[in-house]
Design a protein around this ligand. Sequence first.
Ligand code: PLP
Length: 303
Amino acid sequence: MAGTTAPIIFILEPFGGSLRRHNASLPSLFWDDAAVTRGDGIFETLLVRRGRVCNEERHARRFEASARELGLPAPDLDYWRGATREALAAWVAERGEDAEGKCVWTYTHGRASTGYPSAWLTITEIGPEQREQREHGVRVLTLPRGFTVDEQAREWMATGAKTLNYAAAMSALRYARARGCDDVIYTHGAGEQARVLEGVTSTVIAVKKNGKMRTPTPGGTVLHGTTQAALFDAAQAAGWRCKAKDLTVADLLAAESVWLVSSVRLAARVTSLNGEKLPAPANEAEIRELIEKAVAGINPPRG
Ligand code: PLP
């Protein structure tokens, strides 16, 4: 469990309605929930700062799209936002305005015996490992993802959804840790010409010379990252030239710096890739600040 104090848990009604604070020392899920038996559900993880969630609109839009892809009833986003406000009020009352946290929205196909979806949200502390990786970066191993998704498969596979199915991701992390690394970048193919896809729980950013930022084109098996989107908007406004395009492992090795970005860890600089050291760039502080400002300060207009 992240942190040492009890998480804040709220149980939601999937079609809107009442909201219930749940006692964290009691169980809340049934044995036949699709989340437990199949990983059949969706989630969003949002950073909590200064008593609010960051980058909320992008998360809400992806949550809605994920639900659509998995055939879940459309979530009532105003209800989810309201539930989030209540949980945040409890968080601030219990931990104070300055406590940084992690808010997770979860929505599943529910119990096999009732067919009624399940929905809940939590706010927990951020683990020491994530803080440490923010500060000191990550040693990364590239691993072939092992499958590709063609047009036909895309029609049914819900590859754009942020689903609960992370068993392969956890397996990849265990494999990397057993080899002295902290994180994994999935690739298509092997060797330096392999195409870069994404981190197991993050988006890859390559920072090049002359104010350029690149990220692998999202879609297919690459999740649309909310942090990357916020970063590119902020970086472009600050004069950077940002583009989503195919990248190879060789491109990462040649970049000025490489980052794994995601909602809670924010930005972890890749300090080595397959054992090859990637030295810190001169503009490390500038890039960190851009990411911090991008996610903590921006709520783009609803669209
Ligand atoms: N890609 C994958 C597979 C992820 O699991 C995540 C985050 O959990 C990301 C990318 C980064 O997404 P975000 O920036 O929205 O947190």
